[in-house]
Design a protein around this ligand. Structure first.
Ligand code: SF4
Length: 443
């Protein structure tokens, strides 16, 4: 059973993406200053920029820009690139400048922003009959990630996106599969895989018909028990589930997955409680839940966007009130404008713990702060005071090597460390964990 779309909203909005070419239009309508517009124009030559009318008109508080968290979430900001790079872009973007020099400069800046964090390109790509499986990653024993080719964009882009490199048109950096046939063959030979995470970009940018062509074949594989869809559509374009032309069809598709006996989980990316503040966003969650699908919520902790405990506590409470499950608070990955966004682990832990303490028991399903690293998901569990000094208590909540799952270890406390690589492991850390963490274990 699903909820009816609210009267008056049907067909009232059509999705339209805005990018660097529309900055003048955005400025005129929303009052972006000339200086800000120029900064966005320059930086968006390096980092992707995409927004839509819903985000512009319903989520951003234009009275509060540039500090407004949703503005920071989608508009490239001065400070994301260093002054020298900004000066180079400005010089080479001038009318009569050499376009080839500009292209090379952009390429050079991108290459210095660590476009493949945590070995994304080298690791985890499985093979079938000796050939690499395009658009598939098999990181954890029971879980496969699937990147359908038509779902490799989003309704808007997050300035901190760790997959930013795939949105800037460099074919080498793209993951995508044209169809599910080879994935299906792989799953039949790997019955230990129970979970398929369909991800992107955002798979929910696809029409229902396309999405169906990727999901239905999975239902024929008996060993697949859970289908997850990684998406920010509820935050960026809730119309997808309420008023889009095929909104009802997508809910029927979800019902079909649930009726097949599978668990369907929408892994919703929510960065700020404001994303839950509109009627249509709450309506979207209610409609998805009415299909029998579960909605889990996760996001990274990001300076300038959500780096305080009250914001997270409010967001988790809003998620719970909407019937969704708070799931992960991630540590921002070391890619893109990481210097601008990073929150040191010690501060991240303080924010997590302070927000967690404010929650009712049912919202304490959330875990964090979590680093999604090459060996697996490392949770910063706490700080330990010992006669030898202070340590971070760390735990592998998930691991590429199943023997490491659930195991704890520790590293020297630091106020500056913002990622696993910055930490000094303690001498007591077992050899197999140390080898995995330092990247010296065999893959
Ligand atoms: S919605 Fe997800 S994939 Fe898309 S830009 Fe944001 S973080 Fe990246």
């Amino acid at each position: 059973m699903s909820l009816l779309a609210p009267p008056g909203l049907i067909d009232s909005e059509r999705f339209r993406a805005f990018g660097p070419r529309h900055l003048q239009e955005i400025s005129e309508k929303y009052g972006l200053s000339g200086e800000m517009r120029e900064a966005v124009r320059l930086i968006s030559q390096v980092l992707p920029f995409r927004v839509n009318e819903y985000v512009l008109s319903q989520l951003i508080d234009w009275e509060r820009i540039p500090e407004d968290p949703i503005f920071q979430l989608v508009f490239p900001q001065p400070g994301m690139l260093d002054d020298n790079d900004m000066a180079t872009l400005e010089k080479l973007s001038a009318d009569r400048a050499d376009k080839l020099l500009l292209r090379d400069a952009v390429k050079d800046i991108r290459s210095r922003l660590n476009p493949h964090p945590s070995g994304q390109m080298e690791h985890n790509v499985p093979t079938l009959d000796g050939e690499r499986l395009a658009g598939v990653q098999h990181k954890y024993r029971e879980t496969v990630l699937y990147f359908p080719g038509q779902g490799q964009t989003c309704h808007a882009y997050c300035t901190y996106c760790f997959r930013w490199a795939q949105f800037v048109g460099d074919a080498d950096l793209k993951f995508s599969a044209s169809g599910p046939d080879r994935l299906i063959a792989y799953l039949r030979r790997n019955p230990q895989v129970s979970d398929v995470l369909i991800t992107g970009g955002d798979p929910m940018v696809m029409s229902t018909e396309r999405l169906r062509s990727h999901i239905e074949p999975l239902l024929a594989v008996e060993t697949v028990r859970t289908i997850r869809i990684g998406t920010k559509s509820v935050a960026y374009w809730p119309q997808r589930y309420v008023t889009d032309q095929d909104a009802d069809d997508v809910l029927r598709l979800f019902e079909q997955v649930v009726a097949s006996g599978r668990n369907l989980a929408l892994m919703g990316h929510f960065s700020h409680p404001r994303e839950f503040s509109t009627d249509i966003a709450r309506q979207a969650v209610a409609r998805v839940r009415a299909t029998g699908a579960l909605v889990y919520c996760q996001a990274p902790l990001i300076a300038h966007v959500n780096d305080d405990a009250d914001t997270w506590a409010e967001m988790w409470r809003s998620e719970l009130a909407a019937g969704a499950v708070p799931y992960y608070l991630f540590v921002e990955r070391d890619t893109g404008p990481h210097e601008y966004f990073k929150v040191p682990l010690a501060k991240a832990l303080g924010i997590f713990q302070s927000a967690y303490r404010q929650l009712p028991g049912l919202a304490r399903t959330v875990r964090g702060p979590v680093m999604s690293t090459t060996p697996g998901k490392v949770v910063v569990d706490g700080v330990e005071e010992t006669p030898e000094g202070r340590f971070f208590q760390l735990k592998l909540a998930q691991a590429r090597n199943p023997a490491l799952v659930g195991r704890s270890f520790r590293a020297r406390y630091s106020t500056d460390a913002a990622w696993l690589d910055d930490l000094e492991l303690d001498a007591t850390v077992p050899a197999d964990i140390a080898a995995a963490v330092r990247g010296t274990a065999g893959h």
